[in-house]
Write a new protein. Structure first.
Length: 295
């Protein structure tokens, strides 16, 4: 069982998870100079699964058929989302990829309506429209053209949304930590299958030291540690605060890519980023954190 912690510690964990995920966009962009997206997915999630397997070693005997099926289904969504996002990174900048991929927060209520017939709230529809406008501001360049990497990044957002729905489908009745471990294991397996099918045996000798460090960071910190921080933090704070803090991933992604990758932060991009961030934030929280608590 997860240990109960103070709200201050919980928010620190959520803040740390958002910071870690925000930093991954630059790591992914730089790694793709040496490796293929499928290899990167295979290595990242294999490492993540192994780390969680060590942490959960005493609970592995509790794995049953239902948990395996849930892990396989969610892992498939996660692999597709990450692989598409990595491919999209080749045709756009880390900051734009971060914000366009974050559109999943507005897509979730829409997909819930389509698949589960649960009508979204009015604010969720408005949030989606705000995000659409922001995406247009970010992606459209002179002559109303769109970079191919921007379109692919938006596709990644769709599959991140379906991954969330798949987790919601299975996570309430089964051990979420064991599901997460198997989710990583299957995502890694799918990565290896596509790597060998499309690119064959990877050339390990051509991978530089910095890329190996980036892969290790993605596997340990961005997968195992960040997801553990999110799970523990969400259980020990209110949902509105948790969603607000985690949505800072987009902001961190832009700040880090501007500081360390050299992205140019123009007024146009800043305006688009602000719209997408506000849309995501409104979709997740309804700006409830701005309302004063009743005395």
């Amino acid at each position: 069982m997860l240990q109960t912690i103070s709200k201050r510690t919980a928010k620190l964990l959520l803040f740390s998870a958002a910071l870690i995920w925000g930093s991954t966009f630059v790591f992914i962009k730089n790694s793709l100079d040496d490796v293929d997206p499928f290899f990167l997915a295979a290595m990242r999630f294999t490492i993540g699964a192994l780390v969680l397997a060590v942490v959960l070693c005493k609970r592995l005997r509790e794995i049953n058929r239902e948990i395996v099926k849930a892990g396989a289904e969610i892992g498939a969504h996660l692999f597709i989302a990450f692989a598409i996002q990595a491919i999209g990174m080749m045709g756009t900048t880390p900051s734009k990829n971060a914000f366009l991929s974050s559109w999943y927060a507005a897509l979730v209520p829409i997909l819930t309506w389509l698949f589960y017939r649960k009508r979204p709230e009015r604010r969720q529809v408005l949030a989606a429209l705000i995000c659409v406008v922001g995406v247009g501001v970010i992606s459209l360049s002179g002559g109303l053209s769109v970079a191919w990497g921007d379109i692919v990044s938006l596709c990644a957002a769709f599959f991140y949304a379906t991954q969330i729905l798949a987790t919601e489908k299975h996570g309430h009745d089964l051990d979420i930590m064991l599901i997460t471990m198997l989710e990583f294991a299957f995502a890694g397996l799918f990565g290896w299958i596509f790597q060998f099918a499309v690119h064959g045996m990877p050339c390990f000798s051509g991978i530089t030291g910095p890329t190996w460090l980036a892969i290790l960071y993605l596997g340990v910190m961005a997968s195992s540690v960040a997801f553990l921080f999110q799970n523990v933090g969400q259980l020990n704070t209110d949902p509105s605060s948790a969603a607000l803090i985690l949505s800072l991933e987009c902001v961190f992604g832009t700040i880090i890519s501007v500081l360390f990758y050299g992205d140019e932060l123009t007024v146009k991009l800043l305006f688009g980023f602000t719209l997408v961030f506000l849309g995501v934030l409104y979709s997740e929280t309804g700006f409830a954190f701005l309302k004063k608590k009743e005395q």
